[in-house]
Design a protein around this ligand. Structure first.
Ligand SMILES: [Fe+2]
Length: 303
C-alpha cells in the first residue's frame, strides 16, 4: 500500500495483505530493541500519509470538511509520523505496513509500534470504505453472502451497527471474510472448520484490526470519538446510521471480497500441493524401507 501513496488504486489497499504470509511463520516473535543510532543515509522508514480518495469536503453534509481535516490531517498524520520515528533503524524498518502490524502485534504481546502501525492501516482502509454518494444496499456476490451468513441485509446492518455502538471506548467495527486459515499463530481459529469461508462482524478495541487474526477485512467504521464528535457530539448511533445509509462504498467492499476469496483459494491450492508432496515423500520413504528390508532378507537367505 505504501510507496505509491497518493496514486495507489483500490486494489492496492488489499494486495499487500498477501505479503506477510511468506515472511512470518507461526513461531515468529520479536523482542523489542531500541532503534540503532541511524546514520543519515541509513534512514529508510518511510511509511507515507495516504490521502482519502476524494476531496475533504466531498462527504458533506454527512461528514464535514472540518472533521476530515482534523481526522486525516492531524490524527492519521500523527500515527504516520510516530510510526516512522519508532521503526527507523529497527528490524521493522523496510517491512510493509502489514508485516509491521503482524510482527508488532507479536501474538498479543504488543511492541511499541503496533498501535501506530495498525492505526495507519485502519485509517487508510476507513477512508477507502467510504465515497461521496455511498450507502444503500450492496449487490451481487457480496449481497448473496451477506444474506446467506446473516439471514438478510437488514440483519447484517443491525449486527454491524450493534458492534459499532457497543464497542466500549475507542475502537473499530468490521465486516470481514473468515477463510480457512492454517498454521497461523495469531488466528482465533487456526484450523479449518465448518465455520470458515463466511462473512463475520467483529469489533476491536483501540488499534486492533482483523489482520492480526488473519481474517480479511472488507469494511470498517472508526468509532473513536475523534471520528464523529465534531459533527455528531456524543450521538455515536446517528454517526453509524449515516455511515451505513450515506457513505459506505459497497463497490470497494465487493472488490475486497473478491481479493479475499481469491487469496483463500490460492492458499487452499498451496495447502493441497504441500499435502500431496508430503504424501509422496512418505510413500517414497516407505518403498525405500521395504526395498532395504527385502535386500536384507535375501542376503540372510544366501548366508
Ligand atoms: Fe480515527
Amino acid at each position: 500500500m505504501h510507496g505509491t501513496a497518493a496514486t495507489a488504486s483500490l486494489s492496492s489497499a488489499f494486495l499487500p495483505f498477501q505479503g506477510f504470509r511468506g515472511s512470518l511463520d507461526s513461531t515468529f516473535r520479536l523482542q523489542w530493541r531500541k532503534p540503532k543510532k541511524a546514520h543519515r543515509t541509513l534512514i529508510t522508514a518511510q511509511i507515507e500519509l495516504k490521502p482519502p480518495p476524494y476531496s475533504l469536503n466531498s462527504l458533506e453534509p454527512h461528514m464535514s470538511r472540518e472533521i476530515l481535516e482534523y481526522h486525516w490531517g492531524k490524527h492519521h498524520r500523527g500515527y504516520v509520523e510516530n510510526l516512522n520515528r519508532q521503526i527507523v533503524g529497527t528490524e521493522l524498518d523496510g517491512m510493509t505496513l502489514e508485516d509491521i502490524i503482524i510482527a508488532s502485534y507479536n501474538k498479543g504481546d504488543f511492541l511499541p509500534s503496533f498501535n501506530n502501525a495498525a492505526q495507519v492501516w485502519n485509517h487508510e482502509f476507513f477512508w477507502e470504505s467510504m465515497k461521496p454518494g455511498g450507502g444503500g444496499k450492496p449487490s451481487g456476490d457480496l449481497l448473496y453472502l451477506i444474506e446467506r451468513d446473516f439471514g438478510s441485509y437488514e440483519k447484517f446492518v443491525e449486527e454491524f451497527k450493534s458492534a459499532a455502538l457497543t464497542q466500549f471506548g475507542s475502537g473499530w467495527a468490521w465486516l470481514a471474510y473468515k477463510a480457512n486459515r492454517l498454521d497461523v499463530g495469531n488466528a482465533v481459529n487456526p484450523c479449518p472448520s465448518e465455520e470458515d469461508k463466511k462473512l463475520v462482524v467483529v469489533k476491536s478495541p483501540n488499534a486492533v484490526n482483523p489482520l492480526v487474526w488473519d481474517y480479511s477485512p472488507l469494511l470498517t467504521i472508526d468509532v473513536w470519538e475523534h471520528a464523529y464528535y465534531l459533527d455528531y457530539q456524543n450521538r455515536r448511533a446517528d454517526y453509524i446510521s449515516v455511515f451505513m445509509d450515506k457513505l459506505v462504498n459497497w463497490e470497494a467492499v465487493s472488490y475486497r471480497l473478491e481479493i479475499a476469496k481469491s487469496l483463500a483459494a490460492g492458499r487452499e491450492r498451496e495447502e493441497e500441493r504441500r499435502r500431496i508432496e508430503e504424501d509422496e515423500d512418505r510413500m517414497a520413504d516407505s518403498e525405500a524401507i521395504e526395498m532395504y528390508l527385502d535386500s536384507e532378507s535375501e542376503d540372510s537367505e544366501t548366508d
